[in-house]
Design a protein around this ligand. Structure first.
Ligand code: ATP
Length: 244
């Protein structure tokens, strides 16, 4: 069985009187893709922000590679090897696509030609735009650069606040396939708003009202016939409706 790389144990996050994360516990094993899924305001981003040091949890603990990172500042957490890609398009607007991708890989000093070609194979549109400034790309293109850059960084764990939020429906399957390729063999913890994102996850945690209420693979959760199964049925129905 794979080693546990991240262990979140009974954390709580408060914003004043708002109790956003209520005793959340889960683990991420090395080399796995783990997703958090749930309605708006369920507490998914707050959980990721606590892991990245952007909010301080009250109580509980977070361990990375067996070492406590609870309450450390964001810079120390990045230095330990946790890369967070926040929601939205976070790339340097004045740098070109190539420069943005290279910055992602700045910790590595090997030749990046193969890596860049690999990114362009996955996202062909980025090749045509490699000399375009980041700020002039569309939202979906910027999201792809941010995603590719995070993966190129080769951090031990990549934490994504929604990897495919900007994909339009026609491109969604392509972005999914490219993401699966990019993430192969990496440890990824991500929030998924779209259910299609979670189909291949090693473990899905369903968050409701600040708590994890279900966990397992897509097939196991569908078999449980609970909240996830209902969400999945709705999603399937909407896809069929769209196709029709
Ligand atoms: P979404 O899917 O909409 O991004 P989420 O599951 O990621 O939602 P969070 O962003 O973690 O949810 O928010 C959880 C709760 O905490 C929400 O009720 C939100 O309004 C509240 N909240 C989040 N950030 C803050 C903040 N900085 N100050 C006050 N309340 C906040």
């Amino acid at each position: 069985m794979a080693d546990t790389i991240l262990k979140v144990d009974n954390i709580n996050v408060y914003y004043g009187n708002i109790h956003a994360v209520k005793g959340v516990s889960f683990t991420v094993n090395e080399g796995e893709i783990v997703t958090l899924i749930g309605a708006n305001g369920a507490g998914k981003s707050s959980t990721l922000r606590a892991i990245a040091g952007l909010v301080k949890p009250s109580g509980g603990s977070i361990e990375f590679n067996g070492e406590s990172i609870t309450g450390l500042d964001p810079t120390s957490i990045v230095t330990k090897g946790i890369t967070l890609v926040p929601e939205g398009r976070k790339i340097f607007p004045d740098l070109t696509v190539v420069e943005n991708l290279k910055i992602g890989a700045y910790l590595r000093n090997d030749d990046l030609t193969d890596d860049l070609n690999w990114v362009y194979d996955l996202f062909p549109r980025l090749k045509e735009r490699s000399w375009q400034e980041g700020g002039t790309l569309s939202g979906g293109e910027q999201q792809r650069v941010a995603l590719a850059r995070a993966i190129l960084k080769d951090a031990p764990i990549v934490v994504l606040d929604e990897a495919t939020a900007f994909a339009d429906p026609d491109n969604e399957a392509k972005v999914q396939a490219a993401f699966a390729q990019l993430a192969k063999g990496k440890t990824v913890l991500m929030i998924a708003h779209r259910l299609s994102t979670v189909a291949n996850a090693d473990c899905i945690y369903v968050v409701r009202d600040g708590q994890i209420v279900e966990s397992g693979t897509k097939d196991a959760l569908c078999a449980q016939n609970g909240l996830f199964a209902r969400m999945w049925q709705d999603y399937q129905a909407s896809v069929q409706w769209k196709v029709a």
